[in-house]
Design a protein around this ligand. Structure first.
Ligand SMILES: Cc1cc2nc3c(=O)[nH]c(=O)nc-3n(C[C@H](O)[C@H](O)[C@H](O)COP(=O)(O)OP(=O)(O)OC[C@H]3O[C@@H](n4cnc5c(N)ncnc54)[C@H](O)[C@@H]3O)c2cc1C
Length: 404
């Protein structure tokens, strides 16, 4: 089967490419989009947190019209938040203003796909890409039938374990430290002193070794409650399930908030926290990697929705330019780098600082957090290394010999 564009994977990245491309190109370009999920957008494997448009304009100043670009229709917003609090292992709380919202991510994701369909794209659910030879992709559909697709352009938006990235050779093997294993419960009937306008991030070896745990409000009495762990930082019998259970049952503050809450849906996943791949375009097979498949994630916090939207939108316009003006597909890579690479690098630097600190265990994390202020944390959540950390950076290794 011949198509102009094959999109593999319909999470935020693939669905953004699909909706933008179909809207601009209409019937000019034939699009087939596939996902091995049965119900597109669900289950939602995400904390669903998004910085508000005004914050995004600061975080990604090189995205054209960032405020408008990141504005979601109200129907996709579950709740608004106004601050983020960091909790140190020994209960120090540092709260900083930060406007954000929690999405109804599944509905938004499904809506983008519907838009793509309305504008003429073909969408297959329960369809899995199982092989790629040159530019021929083999797809197995629900009924077990295998179909060979020969697209002019392939979009690999198939997430963190992207097969398209492997088949094209664009993925380089990365060490475990570049991934966070996460588990999350949707918790309902939260009835205690719970400020649903505040996103909470918890640090400490018992709750999130090498990463953080979170309570992201979804409404007055529901929240996404999760924990992340990095494999090289796990000691003894610690694992992600235990970390999440510790957060809910023994963390002095989180356990109080969640005391009588009920556990609804549980999900698990992997978040890439390295830098994006250096090469995200393979010219021989005309393949683009978008979203988690290209590791386009803000590595200091594990935020992948905004980069997926930006990269997906750029990919769609580069594909249009390729067909209409014969502009090479490398256009995609240079554009996303102009708009996001600086932020990715800054976030990665923060993650490296955090690794040095958390590598020394709770005492060291506590020591540093005791010296951080609300404005330092504000810099961190805006992907800026706080000046205090910047100043002590040259002495960090020496300091760490003392603060063990
Ligand atoms: C628990 C958790 C919490 C998170 N919280 C947040 C948050 O609060 N805010 C934030 O910004 N980011 C968050 N993230 C990160 C964010 O969810 C991802 O960065 C984002 O989903 C990336 O979108 P994507 O489209 O690239 O990949 P995905 O959302 O992973 O979508 C990939 C799609 O490809 C499909 N697929 C895979 N392989 C194939 C194949 N061979 N054939 C066909 N289809 C295939 C999958 O079914 C899937 O639908 C979180 C991640 C996790 C796991």
């Amino acid at each position: 089967m011949d198509v102009d564009v094959l999109i593999v994977g319909l999470g935020p990245a693939g669905a953004t490419v699909l909706s933008k491309l179909a809207q601009i190109a209409g019937s000019e370009i034939s699009i087939l989009a596939i996902d091995h999920r049965q119900e597109l957008g669900f289950p939602v494997q995400c904390g669903e947190f998004m910085p508000a448009p005004e914050e995004m304009a600061t975080l990604m100043p090189d995205v054209p019209n960032a405020q408008a670009f990141f504005t979601f229709n109200k129907q996709f917003i579950s709740t608004y938040t106004h601050s983020i609090s960091f909790f140190s292992p020994e209960r120090k709380v540092i709260r900083t203003p930060f406007q954000g919202y929690t999405l109804h991510r599944g509905n938004w994701n499904a809506h983008l796909i519907e838009v793509g369909k309305e504008y003429g794209a073909e969408v297959w659910t329960s369809a899995c890409a199982v092989d790629m030879t040159n530019n021929m992709v083999t797809v197995v559909r629900e009924n077990g039938r295998s179909i060979q697709i020969t697209p002019q352009i392939i979009v690999g938006a198939d997430g963190v374990s992207s097969r398209i990235a492997k088949w094209t050779g664009l993925a380089n093997k990365r060490p475990d430290k570049h991934f966070v294993i996460v588990k999350q419960h949707l918790m309902t009937e939260i009835e205690n002193e719970y400020d649903s306008t505040d996103v909470k991030m918890f640090f400490g070896e018992k709750y999130a070794p090498g990463a953080y745990a979170w309570i992201i409000p979804k409404s007055r009495n529901t929240a996404n409650v999760g924990a992340g762990v990095r494999l090289p930082m796990l000691k003894n019998d610690m694992n992600v399930s235990k970390a999440l259970s510790n957060l809910i049952n023994i963390h002095p503050i989180a356990s109080q908030i969640l005391k009588n809450a009920h556990i609804g849906q549980t999900i698990a996943g992997i978040v890439p926290v390295g830098l994006p791949f250096q090469e995200t375009v393979e010219l021989k097979t005309k393949t683009l990697l978008v979203g988690d498949a290209a590791c386009q994630v803000v590595s200091s916090v594990g935020g992948g929705i905004p980069p997926s939207m930006v990269a997906g939108s750029i990919a769609a316009s580069s594909i249009i330019r390729f067909f209409r003006e014969k502009v090479p597909l490398s256009d995609y890579q240079s554009k996303w780098q102009v708009q996001m690479l600086k932020m990715f690098k800054s976030a990665y630097k923060l993650r490296q600082f955090f690794d040095i600190i958390s590598g020394g265990g709770d005492r060291r994390v506590q020591w540093y957090m005791n010296r951080l202020s609300s404005s330092d944390i504000n810099s961190v959540v805006h992907c800026i290394v706080p000046w205090r950390v910047f100043l002590i950076a040259p002495f960090m290794r020496f300091l760490n010999l003392i603060v063990k």
